[in-house]
Design a protein around this ligand. Structure first.
Ligand code: MRU
Length: 363
């Protein structure tokens, strides 16, 4: 996507051929800043601190983290050590494990002298493939938006989304937002209700930023408002991303997704989940009560950050001093609340059979 008129990905290899640049997403929307990753430790830290975030981007950054580790030491021991450091950075998004396993499969059995070059080649492929996968998700989701638009000619199509599953969460395009960008570019009058997504506000700070940069009309909603807009008939469809889908179709995504799916079900609003195959955890038969849920700092709930009139960014406390807070980062939406999955291979029901119809090689 374009930033200041320039095509930009979320992670790229520098001219030196080995270090990386990433967008520092903790600074958005107030400042567009980048960060150089020049060691495995820096890559791990960027994932942990959410400088980079979003399931596919976490995986891509970890893949390059292995490359950086191998530059310093290409031994078997160093490779295993780096794998274990990187896989511990965040627990919920399965793309992290997928990307690291892909890298290890290509690296374990080749001579040390060839490892660094092979690692960079595979990490580059993982990024390029993610871009193509997201583009296809966009095309497949566009058909759904087109069908809604055809039923209400001349009126805007209202899509509600949660958190950020746009290009900032991936390498380019995004998952949930790819169909929206394509609909907008195709001249469909699409409008997006953006859940603010407390406590880290990735909807307000990242999704709204992305959509605004691309010129897509949108409205930020307090997290509690989505049900009201659905009940009022003002939401045509919901599209969200996901961090892990289990074999039965249960969906882990940013905390609050489950409540939106419940409200959508009660109001007959289609609830779609957009995902690449790299987000499917075929080893887990079900998700509810099983997918590891990241427990994050209470400070994220007890404080908010924002820009002051003088342009500086400040953190303020919003609760009575001493009150404790719980902060699960994700929840699991049962498959029965999901209308369908939008993947790079097409659209299918959110069931075990639906997933297998798209990925028959997994039968
Ligand atoms: O904690 P984050 O910001 O990494 O969580 C991101 C989300 O929950 C996204 O919706 C999800 O990763 C899908 S991204 C294509």
């Amino acid at each position: 996507m374009k930033i200041n008129g320039r095509h930009t990905r979320t992670i790229w290899l520098n001219a030196d051929g080995w270090s990386l640049t990433v967008i520092d997403q903790t600074k958005l929307p107030h400042r567009f800043a980048t960060l150089t990753l020049d060691s495995m430790t820096a890559a791990a830290q960027a994932i942990k601190t959410m400088t980079v975030r979003g399931a596919p981007l976490i995986g891509a950054t970890a893949a390059y983290g292995l490359c950086l580790a191998l530059r310093e030491d290409a031994s078997d021991e160093a490779l295993e050590r780096a794998y274990h450091v990187l896989i511990e950075t965040r627990p919920t998004a399965i793309n992290l494990k997928w990307a690291l396993d892909e890298m290890m499969a290509g690296l374990r059995n080749i001579p040390r002298t060839e490892r660094v070059a092979a690692a960079y080649a595979r990490a580059g492929q993982i990024c390029d493939q993610d871009v193509e996968i997201c583009r296809r998700i966009g095309e497949n989701g566009l058909a759904l938006i087109r069908a809604v638009a055809a039923k209400k000619p001349g009126q805007r199509v209202n899509v509600l989304t949660h958190c950020n599953a746009g290009w900032l969460a991936c390498i380019d395009w995004g998952t949930a937002l790819a169909p929206i960008y394509m609909a907008h570019d195709a001249g469909i009058p699409v409008h997006v209700f953006v859940d603010e997504t407390r406590p880290r506000n990735q909807g307000a700070s990242l999704t709204a930023y992305e959509l605004g940069a691309h010129g897509v009309p949108h409205t930020i909603l307090a997290d509690n408002a989505g049900g009201h807009f659905m009940q009022a008939g003002q939401v045509d469809l919901c599209i969200v991303g996901t961090d892990r889908v289990t074999a039965n179709g249960d969906v882990a995504n940013k905390i609050g997704t489950y409540l939106k799916a419940l409200a959508a079900k009660d109001n007959g609003v289609p609830f779609y989940v957009a995902l690449p195959h790299t987000t499917i955890d075929w080893t887990m038969p079900k998700g509810v009560g099983v997918i590891p849920i990241e427990e994050r700092s209470a400070a994220e709930v007890l404080t908010m950050s924002g820009r002051l009139a003088d342009g500086s960014v400040a953190v303020v406390e919003i609760a009575a001093p001493g009150s404790p807070a719980a902060n699960p980062g994700f929840d699991v939406t049962p498959a029965r609340l999901v209308t369908a999955f939008i993947t790079e291979r097409g659209v299918a029901p959110a069931t075990a059979e639906g997933l297998l119809s798209l990925y028959p090689e997994r039968r």
